[in-house]
Write a protein that binds this ligand. Structure first.
Ligand code: HEM
Length: 124
């Protein structure tokens, strides 16, 4: 029996990503990317906006639609898909939850293009 390997969150099949962008994105624009247009579906983590278009999980009726068009850092950190947790505040959470959020950030970074950031959500 071997010890469990640390997770690196690499996708099963390689994903080729664009260089991350650093453009400012407004709250209003993020909110439009909620899955009502399947070609524009975004999820932000700690203010960084990922393009999750193409993943049905984020479309209406999908398991993770609650995160679409939002910075859902808190929900990711708490492993919660409740509406009330789909908010950007994460700084008051405990170290384990902060680590879970960091792991999700890594997971998304390895799969989705970074389109820019919502400055107001950068450090909540
Ligand atoms: C019964 C409980 C759950 C089951 C069975 C489940 C199952 C899954 C499965 C099978 C995947 C796909 C994994 C992959 O692509 O390798 C996934 C992805 C994911 N799950 Fe869950 N999940 C559950 C609960 C949750 C909860 C509570 C959250 C809240 C944070 C969550 C957040 C996510 C996210 C963000 C993804 C990534 C989707 C992506 O590829 O972008 N899941 N889940």
């Amino acid at each position: 029996m071997s010890a469990p390997e640390p997770k690196n969150f690499d996708p099963k099949t390689p994903v080729s990503l664009n260089p991350p962008k650093d453009d400012p994105i407004s709250l209003e624009e993020l909110a439009t990317a909620d899955g009502s247009d399947p070609n524009k579906v975004w999820v932000a983590i700690k203010g960084v906006v990922f393009d999750v278009s193409g993943n049905k999980s984020y479309l209406p009726g999908g398991s993770y639609n609650v995160f679409a068009g939002k910075d859902a850092s808190r929900g990711l950190a708490k492993s919660s898909v409740k509406q009330e947790d789909a908010v950007p505040q994460w700084n008051d959470l405990g170290p384990k939850e902060k680590q879970v959020l960091e792991d999700w950030f890594t997971f998304f970074s390895k799969r989705y293009n970074v389109l820019g950031k919502v400055p107001q959500y950068a450090n909540l």
